[in-house]
Design a protein around this ligand. Structure first.
Ligand code: GTP
Ligand code: MG
Length: 443
């Protein structure tokens, strides 16, 4: 059973995670707007309504109460989408939570009974922090060797490697060396993300630091060998790992019992083979780490105590799928499924979604051939534009795919919202996602 809050209503906490710009804030905002619109009797989430077979649903935003986490600023994010012209919600860089009270009436002979009631909590959880999950099972020398190997051939890493190779073999436990190396390493991670579109960048908390002052033990970097400097870095790595472990078992992540892992798979196809391989590795890392369990329990203990075993349902989702037409979204979904074979305990599913559908599907005659394309308004443009980025592969792409580059992914303006947002937000398959996430709670 999910954990129970004081007044007896079960609580389910859904973590929505993904790397920076994956679309987490847009997803939470759209889920909230559509749940509230459904509660007002509007057809915002058709497959959820169908699943509920005519039962009425009441959804209201719950007060933050004594919550242990900052509140997700739903009014501000919805106001951005509902503005004229609409614009995208601002970037966010910390964990936040939005809670709803949900009541679903009963049907048939049970109609006179009280409604099924639960509290639904949605958490905007930085995916960078999940990238640390695989590190928790590694010691400093194993992690360093693997990390340095991954980076050694990348030109952007040259100044970091220049620094480490210039260190004396007997380098001392010197704070200036530790700090200089750390700054070079962290700057390099930022550039690999921003200039190369890479995702599997550890430690994730270097790019997305938790709120509050940065403790001195964050100042480390990967390094192999044996000398006093390596010992200092290794001690700091251990402190970091303990803190990450505590955080993952603590009130923020530890109480998440369902997870949406959101990935910009189309963006990675567009960025090229290196970025795609890297994004696939990051997704696989998240998927395989979840096998280990969502909490800081050792796997053997989590298996013995399934109620504490953390995450019960995982949805792997490619977002922004309004960049391609329906036929391609089917390929996108199977591509995601292929990348996230987890062997995780409990149900998992793959989705191709759009939280804010900005386009409509069209057929476009391109060089005499009809192709399934989309049409939407690019930010700042006064006319609608057609877009066909290319064929989405249904399996991880091979070398021949990369000979026909996956073309541009325009920055579409969000669609104008019906009723200023009170009518919900047009989306692709968020309703299917909710049915999957809440299946075991629905009457
Ligand atoms: N076309 C389209 N674009 C989207 C959609 N969702 C998000 N985007 C785009 O992706 C950008 C990032 O979305 P956010 O929701 O802010 O992503 P995030 O994961 O919260 O990003 P951070 O707060 O920076 O970590 C948006 O500004 C849009 O440009 C979608 O459903 N369709
Ligand atoms: Mg955000």
């Amino acid at each position: 059973m999910p954990p129970v809050v004081p007044f007896g209503r079960p609580t389910v906490r859904v973590g929505i995670t993904g790397l920076a710009r994956a679309g987490k804030t847009a997803m939470l905002t759209s889920l909230a707007a559509n749940l509230l619109a459904m509660s007002a009797g509007l057809p915002a989430l058709p497959s959820l309504s169908k699943r509920l077979q005519g039962r009425s649903v009441r959804v209201s935003v719950a007060s933050a109460g004594a919550a242990d986490m900052p509140r997700f600023d739903y009014p501000a994010h919805l106001a951005a989408l509902a503005a004229d012209p609409p614009h995208w919600p601002a970037r966010t860089n910390a964990i936040s939570l939005l809670a709803f009270d949900v009541e679903i009436s009963r049907a048939g002979l049970a109609a006179a009974l009280p409604p099924t009631a639960f509290r639904l909590e949605l958490v905007d959880y930085p995916g960078e922090w999940l990238l640390d999950l695989p590190m928790l099972d590694q010691d400093f020398s194993t992690w360093s060797a693997a990390t340095l190997k991954r980076l050694e051939t990348i030109d952007i890493a040259a100044s970091f490697f220049g620094f480490t190779s210039g260190l004396p073999a007997r380098a001392g436990a010197d704070e200036t060396l530790a700090s200089t190396g750390h700054e070079l390493y962290r700057t390099m991670l930022g550039r690999l993300r921003d200039e190369r579109g890479l995702a599997l960048l550890q430690p994730g908390r270097f790019l997305m630091p938790p709120p509050g002052p940065t403790p001195p033990w964050m100042r480390f970097f990967p390094m192999t060998g044996r000398n006093p400097l390596v010992s200092l870095l290794s001690d700091r790595f251990d402190r970091y790992r303990d803190a990450a472990r505590r955080e993952l078992g603590g009130p923020g992540f530890g109480r998440i019992d369902r997870l949406v892992v959101l990935a910009d798979v189309l963006g990675a196809l567009h960025a090229g083979p290196a970025a795609f391989a890297d994004a696939a590795a990051a997704l696989e890392a998240a998927a395989s780490a979840l096998r280990w369990s969502g909490t800081a329990l050792p796997a053997w203990l989590a298996r013995l105590v399934p109620a504490l075993g953390g995450i019960r349902r995982v949805a792997f989702a490619a977002g922004k799928s309004d960049h391609v037409a329906e036929r391609q979204r089917a390929n996108l979904k199977s591509l995601v499924a292929g990348l996230t074979q987890t062997g995780a305990r409990g149900p998992t599913a793959a989705f191709a979604l759009a939280s804010v559908r900005c386009t409509e599907d069209i057929v476009w005659q391109l060089e005499g051939h009809p192709v399934s394309a989309v049409r939407g308004r690019v930010i700042g443009a006064d006319r609608l534009a057609r877009s066909y980025p290319g064929e989405v592969p249904s399996d991880p792409p091979d070398a021949s795919f990369w000979t026909h580059p996956f073309l541009s992914l325009p920055d579409f303006e969000p669609v104008r919202l019906p009723l200023g947002g009170r009518g919900g937000v047009p989306h692709i398959r968020l309703d299917d996602l909710l049915v999957f996430l809440l299946e075991d709670l629905l009457p």
